[in-house]
Each structure stands twice: as structure tokens, then as C-alpha cells.
Write a protein that binds this ligand. Structure first.
Ligand SMILES: *[C@@H]1O[C@H](CO)[C@@H](O)[C@H](O)[C@H]1NC(C)=O
Ligand SMILES: *[C@@H]1O[C@H](CO)[C@@H](O)[C@H](O)[C@H]1NC(C)=O
Ligand SMILES: *[C@@H]1O[C@H](CO)[C@@H](O)[C@H](O)[C@H]1NC(C)=O
Ligand SMILES: *[C@@H]1O[C@H](CO)[C@@H](O)[C@H](O)[C@H]1NC(C)=O
Ligand SMILES: *[C@@H]1O[C@H](CO)[C@@H](O)[C@H](O)[C@H]1NC(C)=O
Ligand SMILES: *[C@@H]1O[C@H](CO)[C@@H](O)[C@H](O)[C@H]1NC(C)=O
Ligand SMILES: *[C@@H]1O[C@H](CO)[C@@H](O)[C@H](O)[C@H]1NC(C)=O
Ligand SMILES: *[C@@H]1O[C@H](CO)[C@@H](O)[C@H](O)[C@H]1NC(C)=O
Ligand SMILES: *[C@@H]1O[C@H](CO)[C@@H](O)[C@H](O)[C@H]1NC(C)=O
Length: 570
């Protein structure tokens, strides 16, 4: 099967190994053995966060949403496990549990050109709302948000009980979808600005407030069959483990994990259930519109500076024996910026951003999604308004994937099913020294690529080099092609070194799969390994798979605005 695909690829693309597009040459040295600075790679590295107000659109109500299910299953097929799903975000702090509501009742403000799909200002939910979790692919692990904004401990406990009870119903248990975490409050470091608390609300007020509202939530967890106390009775093979608490969920650095831990958050009753520290990151904000240049967004330096911000917080989490994730992230906040978040260039940004985050010890990134948001990977339902300016769409656009989905396909192929599930066992001793518990699984290290906007990573299985990823973030725009410019690129020669610094050598062949795009500012027409995923109604590939096979010694060509996955052993 594989061989026939390769032969087809060779016969279809006789000229594809030519050096014609190279405008510069670089040599990159890959360690053949995972160095101590490599980090473990999770098979749920690329996960999702979903805006709570329209959750039933994502899941389906009376039957599953086939498009959501198929798109997530497509990614699970690459990594061996569906992406994790967190449901929450802004609308988490506007949700009340109401025994008279069956699924949900939302109140939405009118749309406008900047925000064609505004978030609900009030969401009342009933028990069935949480039970819709059963429609996700089997093996999906979930995090559910509880309202801290309302400052009502009774409501918070009601929400927590409804969530816990939903995951104990026969239907959800049979689905194989499990509850990992409950998060209490979204971006509390913004409460003093968004009206949820007074202007003087500070980090000490927050810690007292969080403990107050989270204590009955923790009590609901501890008295429930899904608690740590009773988890062991379900046996070590039970799919549903103990439910824990996800802490922080800060929007920025207004509050920090170090501050809230120093103020005693972890020593409280709910603090004892904390297993994950989550923070949020966007590289800009489109809340009141604005003009965001794609060219400056596709920058290796910006990707790095937006993520190295969190290195101290990663270390704080790990030093406290906790996992660290970006529990909500994306390109540009407030649903994305047109011409940036919805473009092919954003797919390349997703690849570099996600892999760089992994290389500095961030265990997972949950990319935020809503119905009609510009930065979505997946649009789960038909849309009758433009996501770009809110103008009517007649006929409506059917459910579809967006360019960033191709970034998820590359990431899924890079982490592979050799990765283990996050969180893996950590202690501060293992931050920079591979521990036996994480050594066998996939690991990643960033490579030194001597080019301003080309980045590279090596991935190891069982400590041995297996794959490499190169991303060329230089923006090749449709206007450049129209002006008659020649698309630039780099030729990458591969060198090898053993981890102990001695020269290494690898001969043989390497498989090359390309994330190919026509122009960085296109809104579609991408391909992954020769195939399109946007021409089908169920996120399945169309067209012939193209896997190039080259001699390792020949290196690889990489055009501006393109990424490749190299596989050394196949
Ligand atoms: C890059 O290397 C190739 C051989 O691999 C050579 O033909 C080409 O001239 C080099 N280009 C530059 C700009 O050095
Ligand atoms: C808190 O929530 C409960 C349950 O929804 C409600 O009965 C109660 O009135 C609320 N308390 C306040 C002060 O709003
Ligand atoms: C927060 O404000 C209170 C007064 O409202 C003050 O006592 C406390 O020291 C402040 N905490 C910090 C960390 O500034
Ligand atoms: C904690 O809850 C109690 C009772 O509901 C309330 O009186 C108190 O002000 C709350 N404290 C904080 C810091 O929110
Ligand atoms: C890299 O990208 C940045 C941002 O777009 C740009 O300013 C810079 O010129 C680029 N560098 C190269 C070598 O193209
Ligand atoms: C994050 O990325 C944006 C967009 O590329 C850039 O403008 C900004 O300077 C970066 N922010 C930081 C803190 O590095
Ligand atoms: C889009 O659909 C919604 C709900 O189905 C409806 O309320 C709205 O009027 C429709 N909008 C347009 C522009 O057709
Ligand atoms: C370097 O590591 C390789 C692979 O583990 C090993 O075969 C070799 O003996 C080591 N060389 C030195 C100088 O330690
Ligand atoms: C895809 O490419 C075709 C042919 O160049 C073009 O007409 C179309 O607008 C492109 N579609 C998108 C979404 O960019």
C-alpha cells in the first residue's frame, strides 16, 4: 500500500526534488539521540477549548454533530487519541444551572461587523446540557468550567454537581468520554476591568474569593463517586479516573501562579485537588477591530517572545508537582482578526507556535473555538452570516474546516501514536533531565536553524531521532505573485550529531510530507501530503497522497510559507 503511494508520488512529480526554488542554503544539525533538554511530547498536545454558550451546536443534541465528530476523529487517527476538550471561557462566568431548563437557554447581543458571532451574555443550563458530552469521540478527555464571576457558591456547587452527575450517567459512561478537570472561573485577572468585580479587586481578594467559591465545588467532587477517594475502587483500567481541579486560567500576567501559590491557594481545601495550572495567551486582540498585518504576525521572533513569557510559570507549576498547559490560546483574541487568523499563514503559525511551546515544557495547548469565530480550526454548523464582516450568506456555508486544521494534521502526524498522554509524571528533578517515566515516549527539541524565519524541531521515539519538522514563516502573498516576484525558499542540508557531541551520520532515505499553500493570505486551497481536507463534507481527504522520498544527503527544499514533516524510519 505504502509502496504504491510512493511510486505514484514519484511518477507524478518528476521534478519535485529540483533545487530551483532555493534562494539560500542552510545546514541544520539534528541530534540522533534525544538530548537532556528535550521535552516529552503529548498525544493531546494540540487540543481545543470551546466557548460554552454554543456547546450544544458542537456536540449535537438529539444525535451527534457528525462534522465535529468526524473532524476530531480524523485527528485522533493520527495521534491515537482524540484532542482534549475544555468547555468554558468567557461564557463560563455567565452560566447558571437552572433545574427548570432542559438543555440551555442563551441570550445573545446583536451581531456587528467586528463581532459577527457575539457571545451570549446569559446562559441557563440544565442537566442534559452536560450529558451532551456523550456525543464526542470515545476516549475524549474533558475539562468543564464553573462560574466564579457570579460570586455565588450555591450556583457553583450546582454546576459542579450537574457536571459530575452527567459523567456518571449510563449514556456518558458508555460513550467512553471522561471528565478530567473542573475549572472555577475564567480569566479572573480581568474581573476588575470587565465588571465582574470592583475596580480594586486584586490578587489577594481573588485567592480568598476563589477558595470561597471553590470549597463547595471541591466538596461536591470529594463526595461524588468520581472523586480521588473512590477512583481506586474503579480499578486501574477504568477509563474514568479521579476528577481534579484546574487552577489559574489567567488571561495574562495580571495575576501569576507564583503569587497565588504564595497566598496559599494550593494549601486550601480546593487547592488540594489542583493538578493542572492553566494560563491563556493570544498574540494580539481584535476586540474593537483594527488592522493586523499578516506579514509581521508570521515571525519566528514573535512566536518565541509570546511563549517564553511563561517559562517561569512552567517552572513554578513543575516545582509544585503540577502539569502546565495553555488552557486557552489562539492567534488574536476576541475571535480572531480577518486576514490573519483565518488564513493559510495561520496554519503555519499554529505549527511553529505549538511545537515551540512543547519544546519549552508546555504540555498542551487548547486552541479556542466558537461558532463563527475567525480563528476556528473547525466550523461545526452551517453559518448564515460571514465570519469576516457579518454580511448575510445565502445559501449558508455548510460545516467546514478552516486553514488552521491543516496545522493540526501536521502536528498530529509529528507527535504520532508513540506519544503518551498528558499529564505525565513530573517533578522538578525531571524538568531538564529525562526521567525513566518519560524517556520512552516521544520527545521534542528545537533545532538551531540559521535563518530568521525558518524554524525546526526534532522528534524522538524511545530516545532515537525519528522525525523532523521545518517551517518557513516568510510570508509569500498573492500580491507578490501578482507583481511577478519569484517565490523565495531555503534549501536545508541535514547534519547529524550524537547527543554527546560527537559527529553522527545518517545515510539512507527520508520521507517528506508537505503542508503546501498557494499564498499565505489565502483562505483555503491548502494541502497536507498532497491531499485536500476542505472539499469533502466530513473533513476526509480528497486527492492522491503524495509522499516524497529523498536521499538524506540531498537535504530538502522549503519554499516561503511552507512546512514539511520528515520521517527517517518508515
Ligand atoms: C545551494 O546548494 C545547492 C546544492 O545543494 C547548490 O546547487 C546551490 O548553488 C546552493 N545555493 C546557494 C544560494 O548557495
Ligand atoms: C445564588 O444562586 C442560587 C441558586 O441559583 C439562588 O437561589 C440564589 O438566589 C443566588 N444568590 C444570590 C445572592 O443571588
Ligand atoms: C489587595 O487589596 C487589599 C485591600 O482591599 C489589601 O489589604 C491587600 O494588601 C491587597 N493585596 C495586594 C497583593 O496588593
Ligand atoms: C466568602 O463567603 C462568605 C459567605 O458567603 C462571605 O460572607 C464572604 O464575604 C466571602 N469572602 C470572599 C473573600 O468572597
Ligand atoms: C522575518 O519576518 C519578520 C516579520 O515578518 C520580518 O520583519 C523579517 O524581515 C523577516 N526576515 C526575513 C529574513 O525575511
Ligand atoms: C506577540 O506576537 C505579536 C504578533 O506577532 C507581536 O506583535 C508581539 O510583539 C508579540 N508579543 C510579545 C510579548 O512578544
Ligand atoms: C441565521 O439563522 C438564525 C437561526 O437559524 C436566524 O435567527 C437568523 O435570522 C439567520 N440570519 C440570516 C442573516 O439569515
Ligand atoms: C557517544 O554516544 C554514542 C551513542 O550513544 C556512543 O556510541 C559513543 O560511544 C559516545 N561517544 C563518546 C565519546 O562518549
Ligand atoms: C483556490 O484557488 C482557486 C484557483 O486559483 C481560486 O479561484 C480560489 O479563490 C481559491 N480559494 C480560496 C479559498 O482561496
Amino acid at each position: 500500500m505504502l509502496l504504491s503511494l510512493l511510486l505514484i508520488a514519484l511518477s507524478l512529480q518528476p521534478g519535485c526534488f529540483a533545487q530551483a526554488s532555493s534562494s539560500s542554503n542552510v545546514t541544520v544539525t539534528l541530534p540522533t539521540i534525544a538530548p537532556p533538554t528535550s521535552q516529552p511530547l503529548s498525544n493531546t498536545l494540540l487540543s481545543f477549548s470551546i466557548e460554552q454558550d454554543r456547546w450544544p451546536d458542537w456536540s449535537g443534541i438529539d444525535s451527534r454533530n457528525e462534522f465535529t465528530y468526524n473532524a476530531l476523529t480524523r485527528l485522533a487517527g493520527l495521534t491515537g487519541r482524540p484532542p482534549k476538550i475544555r468547555v468554558g471561557a468567557n461564557s463560563e462566568d455567565h452560566t447558571v444551572w437552572d433545574p427548570t431548563v432542559t438543555v440551555n437557554e442563551d441570550e445573545f447581543p446583536p451581531p456587528n461587523t467586528v463581532t459577527p458571532y457575539p457571545e451570549a451574555t446569559h446562559i441557563a443550563v440544565g442537566n442534559e446540557y452536560y450529558e451532551l458530552s456523550k456525543w464526542l469521540p470515545s476516549g475524549t478527555h474533558m475539562t468543564w468550567g464553573v462560574n466564579l464571576g457570579l460570586d455565588n457558591a450555591t450556583n457553583a456547587a450546582n454546576m459542579a454537581r450537574a457536571i459530575l452527575n452527567a459523567f456518571s450517567t449510563a449514556a456518558v459512561r458508555a460513550s467512553g468520554v471522561v471528565l478530567d478537570l473542573i475549572e472555577i472561573g475564567n480569566e479572573p485577572d480581568l474581573y476588575s476591568n470587565n465588571g465582574l468585580r470592583s475596580k480594586s479587586y486584586n490578587v489577594s481578594d481573588y485567592v480568598a474569593d476563589w477558595i470561597n467559591i471553590s470549597t463547595p465545588v471541591a466538596q461536591a467532587i470529594e463526595s461524588h463517586p468520581l472523586s480521588r477517594r473512590t477512583a481506586s475502587k474503579r480499578g486501574s483500567n477504568a477509563v474514568q479516573g479521579a476528577v481534579n481541579i484546574q487552577a489559574c486560567s489567567f488571561a495574562g500576567q495580571g495575576f501569576t501562579p507564583t503569587e497565588v501559590f504564595d497566598l496559599g491557594l494550593l494549601d486550601s481545601t480546593p487547592g488540594e485537588l489542583v493538578s493542572v495550572v492553566s494560563q491563556h495567551r493570544y498574540s494580539g486582540a481584535f476586540c474593537s477591530g483594527g488592522d493586523f498585518p499578516l506579514v509581521s504576525f508570521m515571525s519566528k521572533a514573535s512566536v518565541r517572545s509570546n511563549l517564553t513569557l511563561w517559562e517561569l510559570d512552567v517552572a513554578t507549576a513543575v516545582n509544585n508537582g503540577l502539569a502546565y498547559i495553555l488552557g486557552e490560546t489562539g492567534s488574536i483574541a476576541c475571535h480572531g482578526a480577518p486576514g490573519v487568523s483565518n488564513t493559510a499563514g495561520a496554519a503555519l503559525w499554529v505549527v511553529d507556535y505549538t511545537l515551540f511551546a512543547a519544546s519549552i515544557g508546555i504540555g498542551e495547548l487548547h486552541f479556542h473555538e466558537g461558532v463563527g469565530f475567525k480563528y476556528n480550526f473547525i466550523q461545526p454548523v452551517a453559518l448564515n452570516r460571514s465570519t469576516i464582516d457579518g454580511s448575510p450568506l445565502d445559501p449558508p456555508s455548510p460545516p467546514h474546516i478552516m486553514p488552521s486544521f491543516y496545522g493540526a494534521l501536521l502536528i498530529g502526524s509529528a507527535v504520532s501514536s508513540n506519544s503518551l498522554s498528558f499529564p505525565w509524571p513530573v517533578s522538578h528533578a525531571t524538568l531538564n533531565t529525562p526521567s525513566s517515566s518519560t524517556w520512552g515516549m516521544a520527545r521534542i527539541v528545537e533545532l538551531d536553524v540559521p535563518a530568521d524565519n525558518v524554524s525546526g524541531y526534532a522528534v524522538f521515539d524511545a530516545g532515537v531521532l525519528q522525525r523532523a519538522i521545518f517551517i518557513n514563516l516568510d510570508a509569500w502573498l498573492s500580491s507578490m505573485e501578482a507583481a511577478g516576484d519569484t517565490r523565495p525558499g531555503v534549501h536545508i542540508d541535514l547534519g547529524f550529531a550524537a547527543a554527546n557531541g560527537t559527529a553522527g551520520f545518517r545515510g539512507g532515505k527520508v520521507q517528506v510530507r508537505r503542508l503546501a499553500i498557494d499564498h499565505a493570505d489565502d483562505l483555503g486551497n491548502l494541502t497536507w501530503a498532497g491531499q485536500s481536507y476542505e472539499d469533502s463534507s466530513d473533513a476526509s481527504p480528497t486527492g492522491q497522497e503524495v509522499v516524497e522520498v529523498v536521499e538524506v544527503g540531498d537535504g530538502v527544499d522549503l519554499q516561503a510559507s511552507e512546512a514539511v514533516l520528515l520521517s527517517f524510519d518508515f
